[in-house]
Write a protein that binds this ligand. Structure first.
Ligand code: NDP
Length: 247
């Protein structure tokens, strides 16, 4: 087991990629805290994890609210006494071409996808500094590397997350806290299910491995970054996209 007795907070872990990460970490021995706006769904996921023999905590959390994030971290410390891993996975899209994008769409995506990660990092690094260890994993996107028409807000937030990752890696390296980002390509979840068929077909044609990714493809990379196997890696962005974007 690669994460035996570790405690992991996964934001937006009730469904999609976050849920796969939660289940995979639990199978590798971690106790799991899911912080999600959707408490009912988070509780269902936690029941599945408990069936694997791990402890869980499902908490209602809107990552845009720093006070709420701090409250959640205090609850984790009360129950588990520590927090070893943070996965900043909560994310939303509000797509529109820039000329039609209104400020509310811009703010909503920046708030959840970027400020939410800042809030969670701010709250967990305090106990991680005391522990002198920690693993922070930010779920970015290839869109934060290459941009995408209709996603100015999302691309800016995800690019910001990659830069945030590098800065956190530099600021906290001396405390043995690593920070890395994962940049998925097209992953089959409810977020991508709503895209029109012709857009999906166009995207598939641009993937050298000629298939969409599944949530477990992202979870496998997160497991590597959360485990001791990656102890000499920090500030990096690992692209998980079937070869769509090559540096
Ligand atoms: P989903 O929409 O399937 O799941 C996202 C989860 O985050 C949901 O449970 C959602 O709750 C929750 N959430 C939304 N807003 C907040 C908030 N403010 N605070 C806490 N939780 C919140 O998304 P995916 O699983 O597809 O995506 C997960 C991450 O991966 C995102 O950051 C996304 O940008 C990124 N990503 C996804 C790709 C893909 O192809 N799917 C590609 C590249 C990156 P609710 O159900 O109530 O909305």
């Amino acid at each position: 087991m690669k994460l035996k007795d570790k405690v992991a907070l996964i934001t937006g872990g009730a469904r999609g990629i976050g849920k796969s990460i939660a289940l995979m970490f639990a199978k590798e021995g971690a106790d799991i805290v899911i912080g999600d706006v959707n408490l009912e769904e988070a509780e269902k996921t936690c029941k599945e994890i408990e069936a694997l023999g791990r402890k869980t905590l499902a908490l209602q959390l809107d990552v845009t609210d720093l006070a709420k994030v701090e409250e959640v971290v205090n609850k984790i410390l009360d129950k588990f006494t520590k927090v070893d891993i943070l996965v900043n996975n909560a994310g939303i899209t509000k797509d529109n071409l820039l000329l039609r994008m209104n400020p509310d769409q811009w703010d909503a995506v920046l708030n959840v996808n970027l400020k939410g990660a800042f809030n969670c990092i701010k709250a967990v690094t305090k106990p991680m500094m005391k522990q002198r260890s920690g693993k922070i994993i930010n779920i970015a996107s290839i869109i934060g590397i290459i941009g995408n028409p209709g996603q100015a807000n999302y691309a800016a937030a995800k690019a910001g997350m990659i830069a945030l990752t590098k800065t956190v890696a530099k600021e906290f390296a001396s405390r043995n806290i690593t920070a890395n980002a994962v940049a998925p390509g097209f992953i089959q979840t409810e977020m991508t299910a709503k895209l029109p068929e012709d857009v999906k077909n166009q995207m598939k044609a641009a993937i050298p491995l000629a298939r969409f990714g599944g949530p477990d493809d992202v979870a496998n990379t997160c497991l590597f970054l959360a485990s001791e196997d990656s102890s000499y890696i920090t500030g990096q962005t690992i692209v998980v996209d079937g070869g769509m974007v090559m540096a």
